[in-house]
Structures are given as C-alpha cells and as structure tokens.
Design a protein around this ligand. Structure first.
Ligand code: G3P
Length: 196
C-alpha cells in the first residue's frame, strides 16, 4: 500500500497555526503584529503571557508528536522522517496562514520527543542551561536544535532519523537568521527570568 498520503496529512497537521489561534482567542491579538511577529510559542508567551504560551506550546509540540505517531503506525523510519519533515514544513509554511509560520522549535521538540525521548531530554537540558546562562531563547533554540543530530548519532539512532535531525537543524537555523542578525548587533531581547 502506498503510504505517501501520510506525508501530506503531516503537512496539514503542521499547518494548524496553534500559536496564532491562541493569540487570537486568548487575547484577541494577531501574533504576527506583536513582539517579534513570529507565529511561535516564544512570541505568544512574550505577548500574551505564560498561560497562553503553555497552551501554544502544547498545540505546536503536539502536532509534531501526532505526525510521528501517525507515520509510525503506517510505516517505518523513512516514512517517519518524511512525515517529520512535512510537519515541520507545515508549521513554518502553513497552508492555513498564508504560508507564513513559525521557526519550528516547539514542533521539532514534539517530533524528536516521539522519535527518541532520551535525545529530546538531553536537548531540553542543553536548552534550559543555555537559557539560564545567556537568557536568549533564540540562541538556546539554535544551539539546542543543532545538538539533536549530534545526539542522535551518539545514541546510534537509525540513519533516516539522523537525516531528519540534520534537516530540522538546517531549517531552524535558516528560520532564525533574523534572530542571529539581532544577536550579532546586540538588539536581540533577553528574557527576564525574574518576571517569567
Ligand atoms: O522558537 C522561536 C524562538 O527561538 C525565537 O522566537 O519570537 O524570539 O523570534 P522569537
């Protein structure tokens, strides 16, 4: 049976813009016009508060988990890899939001939690340590996602999963180019750990 429909469904799942919907329903704001303008968990948290941020995180992360569970049900590692790439593409280029989506970190966390929980757990530790030291979410997200394919290789995961890790890292770094420019010129906002 041809299971390529799973890849398209994964893209549609990724296209559900939870961060946009939470901003709209929770606070009546258009997240694209607020804060960094990114349709993602960090910007929802920043502009609509922690409760909205956690709901957005659950939705965006859940999309990644769901896509992997679906692909694993109907196929093997290559289908999981293609569906994982598709859900990330859907999140970043959503059909339901004019192809302007987020930077894929929360959805990638869901994908890799479902692919390999130990890898995601190590990445989460790296992310929290980097946020604690530097207080830049974007920097922690960039370095955290780069660590994923490296950790996958260290954990001897199947090659297709490592390829998915490389894809996610390259894609996320590309989406964070504006953040990297702000980090370089000192205008990237730090988070206030006392306030959060
Ligand atoms: O997950 C996105 C985060 O790394 C950066 O978000 O809104 O600060 O550009 P933002």
């Amino acid at each position: 049976m041809n299971n390529s429909w799973v890849i398209f469904v994964a893209y549609l799942i990724g296209s559900i813009p939870f961060s946009f919907l939470v901003g709209r329903w929770w606070k009546g704001i258009d997240i694209r016009q607020c804060g960094s303008g990114n349709v993602g968990t960090t910007n929802v948290w920043r502009t609509a508060g922690p409760v909205a941020g956690i709901i957005a995180l659950a939705g965006d992360l859940g999309k990644g988990v769901l896509a992997v569970i679906l692909a694993r049900h109907f196929g093997g590692p290559w289908l999981v890899t293609l569906a994982g790439a598709a859900v990330l593409a859907g999140h970043s280029w959503p059909l339901f939001l004019g192809f302007k989506g987020g930077k894929l970190i929360a959805t990638a966390a869901g994908v890799f939690a479902a692919v390999s929980f130990p890898v995601l757990a190590c990445t989460a530790v790296i992310w929290f340590v980097l946020v604690g030291i530097f207080r830049y979410i974007s920097l922690a997200s960039i370095l955290g996602i780069i660590s994923i394919p490296i950790l996958m290789a260290a954990f001897h995961l199947d090659f297709p999963y490592i390829l998915l890790g490389v894809f996610a890292a390259v894609f996320a770094v590309y989406k964070h180019i504006p953040n990297m420019k702000r980090l370089a010129n000192g205008t990237e906002p730090k988070i206030n750990l006392k306030k959060w």
